[in-house]
Design a protein around this ligand. Sequence first.
Ligand code: MF3
Ligand code: CO
Length: 249
Amino acid sequence: MVILKQPDEIDKARASNRIVAEVLNVLREKVKPGVTTRELDKIAEGVTEKRRAKPAFKGYRGYPFSLCTSVNEEVVHGMPSNRILVEGDIIGLDFGIYHQGLYGDAAITLPVGKIGEQAANLMQVTEQSLYSAINQVCAGNRLGDISAAVQETVEAAGYSIVRDFVGHGVGKSLHEDPQIPNFGKKGRGIELKKGMILAIEPMVNAGQYKVKILSDGWTVITADGSLSAHFEHSVAITDNGPEILSKLN
Ligand code: MF3
Ligand code: CO
C-alpha cells in the first residue's frame, strides 16, 4: 500500500534529506587515494550526530554500518572496512537519515583521483538515467514511465541495468511501497500522485546485469566483475510539482 504524505510530513522528509545531502557533500571532499572506507563511515556518523539525527541503515536488518561504500565491481551495500581507496577506483556512497519520524535516502558515485574513461562514462550515464527518471515524476504519470526512462538511457549507452535491486517509496519507513524497478514499460504500473515520496536508484553495470551477493551477506557485486555505478535521490510530488528532496549543492 502506498502511503501518501501530508505537506508537514514532506517538510520533515525535506529536513532529513537535507542532512543526507550535507553528509554526501562532506564525503565528496574526503574521497581521495589513501582514505579508508571505514573513515568515510565515521565522518558520516560525525555529521549525523552534530545534526542530532540517526543514521537510517545502522541496524537495518542487521546492517552494521551507517554508510554503504561500494567500490568498483561492488554494486550496492558494500561495507566500510580498512580497505584503502586507490587512484582510479570509483566508489558508491549510499546514506540514509532518520529524523523527526521521517527517512531520507540518497546515493552518489565518486571518482578516486583520476579515473579511466569507461568509469567516468559509466558514472555519467548512471546519473543521467536518474535525472531522466526524475523528469517523469509528476502526478498523472505512471510508475512504468520512471522505469522505462532509466532503462532506455542506460541501454542506449550500451550498459545494463541491475534487475535484482530496485528503488522504493520512502517516508515513515526506509522502504515503503511502491517498489521502483529500473526497467519496464511506459504507461504501465500505478499512477503517480501528489504526496508520494520516491527513492529512485539506478544501479548500472558496465557489463551484464547479473549480480551476486558475497558471503558477508551484504556486498552485491557484478557477476562478470565489470564496474558498476549507483545514484539515488528521494523525490517528492508536492503541490508545486516534483521536488528533489536530497538535492546536493
Ligand atoms: N539506499 C539503499 C536502500 O534504499 C540502502 C539500504 S542499505 C541497508 O535500500 F543497509 F540499509 F540495507
Ligand atoms: Co534507497
